[in-house]
Design a protein around this ligand. Structure first.
Ligand code: HEC
Length: 104
């Protein structure tokens, strides 16, 4: 019985250690890359541009709901996909966007 518990502990520790760490860059590559680039204009504005004019809270609000934010951001309409990111992903991606502030 002790042996089994030990085995379970080791297995879960190994699984945990192997789990790739989620980063802002990964969130970007998974959800945004098709429409946004870091510093170049794509279908959507570049992250460097967004970082220049928005706060972290504004960025998170926009991703959470483009439809309720686009007017406040000065757009006539929105074509950005409604994504469903969790709080952790929102935090990582908004920090990632803000890391391009001042970059060309
Ligand atoms: C289908 C293409 C598409 C995808 C996918 C997409 N966006 Fe957008 N995004 C746009 C477009 C186009 C705009 C310009 C306004 C609009 O249409 O809503 C925009 C606008 C924004 C804005 C506001 C820009 C401003 O004026 O400050 C933010 C912030 C943003 N996107 C972040 C993201 C993030 C982060 C992701 C990924 C998690 C993402 N977008 C995924 C197309 C996309």
């Amino acid at each position: 019985m002790k042996k089994l518990a030990f085995l379970i502990l080791i297995t879960s520790l190994t699984l945990f250690a192997n789990e790739p760490k989620l980063t802002g860059k990964k969130v970007f590559q998974t959800y945004c890359w098709g429409c946004h680039h870091q510093t170049a204009m794509a279908f959507g504005p570049p992250f460097s541009e967004i970082a220049k004019k928005r706060t972290k809270a504004e960025i998170e609000a926009y991703i959470a709901s483009p439809k309720s934010m686009y007017k406040a951001f000065g757009y006539k309409r929105t074509v950005m996909t409604q994504l469903h990111l969790n709080a952790k992903e929102l935090d990582l991606i908004s920090n990632y966007i803000l890391s391009f502030k001042g970059k060309k």
